[in-house]
Design a protein around this ligand. Structure first.
Ligand SMILES: [Zn+2]
Length: 342
C-alpha cells in the first residue's frame, strides 16, 4: 500500500487531527470514554454522542472547547478525508475510526470486542488497507470463556451462601454495567447494590437507554440487609475497610485478567470471574484476517506475539508502543479513582 496518511502517533496527517491523543490537541477524535483514550483539555472533540456524554459526566461540560457528535455509520467529510465511526462493541458509545483518503482506507479499532453485549453497540467489521489494532489480550493463552457461564458460577455461589454478601470488583465505566446486564439477562431480578463510585455512570447508562433493573446504594443499608445480596464495587474497594460493612463477603472480581490464576490468587480473590471487554487472541486474529488489511499496526497491550502472527501470515506488521497511563483492563493499572486492578 502507499505511505499511510496516518502517522505513528495516530495523527491524521491531511487534517491535523489526532485519534485518542494522550496530551491536549487542537483537534481530537475520541474512540471511547476510558481515561487512557479520552482526556480532558482538547480543543475540538469529535466522538459518538454516548462518548461525549461520558466525557462530560467524568471530566465536566467544559472539558473540551467544543464537542461535535457523530453518529455511527454516518460519514463526515473533512477537507479530503472521510471519517466514519463504526461500533467497537467495547463499552457504550465505543467506536472504531474508519478514515478514507485518496482511495486508501485505514481503521483504528480503539478497544473492541465481538461477543454480544447489550450495554455496547455491536462491533461492525470494516475492511481496510491499514488496521491499527489493540492487543490487550494479544497472547495465545488468552481465550475468554463464555460470560454467561461465569455469571452462572456467581449465581450458584450466591445460592450456596445465602448469609454472605457477594461483592464483585468491576471498573466503574463499562464493566459494572455489563456485569449488571449479564445478571439481569440470567434472570436475577433482586436489587443490585452499588458502591458510591458506581452510581453516576450506572445512571448515565440507564438515561441513555440501557435498562439495568433495580439498583440501590450500599450507603445507608445495614449489614444484615446485605446478606445474600450482590454488591458491585471498584476493584480497590473490595479489599479495603469499605468491604467490612458487608456480611462475611465473598470477594469476586470480573476481569479478563482473572484467567491468570496466579494473579487472582495473589490478590485474594475468592471468586474470579473471567469477563472481558476486549477481544481475546482468537478474536484479534480473526478480525485482522477479516478486514483484509495488508498492513497492521499493533498497540495497547501485548504487541509482540500479534506482530509475529501477522508477519507469519505475510502481512506487514509493526508495534506502535504508544504508552500512557492505562485504565480498565488494559494493563491492570490505575484509573482515576486510584484503584488497582487484579
Ligand atoms: Zn477501553
Amino acid at each position: 500500500m502507499p505511505t499511510p496518511f496516518l502517522a505513528r502517533d495516530l495523527r491524521v496527517i491531511p487534517i491535523d487531527a489526532y485519534i485518542d491523543p494522550p496530551v491536549p490537541r487542537a483537534r481530537a477524535i475520541i474512540t471511547h470514554g476510558h481515561s487512557d483514550h479520552a482526556r480532558s483539555g482538547h480543543g475540538a472533540v469529535l466522538a459518538t454522542p454516548d462518548t461525549i456524554a461520558i466525557m462530560k459526566a467524568r471530566y465536566g461540560e467544559d472539558s473540551a472547547e467544543t464537542f461535535q457528535p457523530l453518529e455511527f455509520d454516518t460519514p463526515l467529510v473533512v477537507d479530503d478525508v472521510t471519517i466514519t465511526l463504526k461500533p467497537a462493541g467495547h463499552i457504550l458509545g465505543s467506536a472504531q475510526v474508519l478514515l478514507e483518503h485518496q482511495g486508501q482506507r485505514i481503521v483504528v479499532t480503539g478497544d473492541y470486542k465481538r461477543l454480544p453485549d447489550r450495554t455496547a453497540q455491536p462491533f461492525e467489521l470494516a475492511e481496510c488497507d491499514l488496521l491499527v489494532t489493540e492487543a490487550t489480550f494479544g497472547l495465545p493463552v488468552f481465550q475468554h470463556p463464555n460470560p454467561q457461564d461465569e455469571v452462572a458460577r456467581l449465581l450458584r455461589s450466591a445460592a450456596t451462601f445465602p448469609d454472605r454478601a457477594h461483592v464483585i470488583g468491576c471498573y466503574a465505566l463499562g464493566k459494572a454495567q455489563r456485569m449488571i446486564a449479564l445478571l439481569r439477562d440470567a434472570g436475577y431480578d433482586a436489587p443490585i447494590y452499588l458502591h458510591g463510585a458506581m452510581i453516576r455512570l450506572c445512571e448515565l447508562y440507564v438515561e441513555r437507554g440501557i435498562p439495568l433493573g433495580l439498583l440501590k446504594p450500599t450507603l445507608g443499608t445495614t449489614k444484615s440487609e446485605l446478606a445474600g445480596q450482590i454488591v458491585i464495587a471498584p476493584p480497590s474497594a473490595i479489599k479495603d475497610r469499605w468491604s467490612r460493612r458487608l456480611p462475611d463477603p465473598v470477594l469476586a472480581v470480573a476481569s479478563g485478567w482473572m484467567s491468570v490464576k496466579q494473579r487472582a490468587r495473589q490478590s485474594g480473590v475468592e471468586l474470579p470471574l473471567v469477563i472481558s471487554d476486549h477481544a481475546d487472541w482468537n478474536e484479534l486474529r480473526e478480525t485482522i484476517a477479516e478486514t483484509g488489511a495488508s498492513k497492521v499496526w499493533v498497540t495497547h497491550g501485548r504487541e509482540d506475539a500479534l506482530v509475529y502472527h501477522c508477519r507469519q501470515q505475510g502481512l506487514e506488521a509493526e508495534p506502535l508502543n504508544i504508552r500512557a497511563f492505562e485504565e480498565g483492563e488494559d494493563q491492570g493499572d490505575t484509573e482515576e479513582q486510584g484503584e488497582l486492578e487484579t
